[in-house]
Design a protein around this ligand. Structure first.
Ligand SMILES: [Zn+2]
Length: 120
């Protein structure tokens, strides 16, 4: 978890920004693989490598998916990953989210106003 600021509405929030597995994650995965191997085969078994790589694959997917979801701004809907790929689509998404917020007016009851730091 890291404290980041939205590039569009400038509101701060905590988000998962880790992109890849760390060295410590690899140690955890190998310990878990060893445990699973001993539970399943009661001995050393080459299936360890299969379990290890399957767990690494799942962990990497989980970490990148978690980052992708958490890096989007909850206040204004700005998505930096989408902005890098397709700025027009990102702009469209912000307009949709801000339009919905303007209509529903529930941002008035929340601590973070998406229109607070935007230019008129
Ligand atoms: Zn934002």
């Amino acid at each position: 978890m890291e404290y980041i600021f939205c590039a569009f509405c400038k509101h701060g929030r905590k988000a998962y920004t880790k992109k890849r597995m760390s060295f410590v994650d690899y140690i955890y995965v190998s310990i878990l693989s060893l445990l699973l191997m001993f539970i399943l085969f009661q001995d050393l078994h080459p299936a360890f490598f299969f379990i290890f790589f399957a767990l690494v694959f799942v962990m990497e997917l989980f970490i990148s998916f978690r980052r992708r979801v958490s890096i989007q701004c909850q206040v204004c809907g700005f998505d930096p990953v989408l902005y890098k790929k397709d700025p027009e689509l990102a702009e469209e998404k912000i307009k949709t989210v801000l339009g919905e917020k303007k209509e529903s007016l529930d941002y008035l009851l929340k601590s973070k106003n998406p229109f607070e730091n935007l230019e008129r």
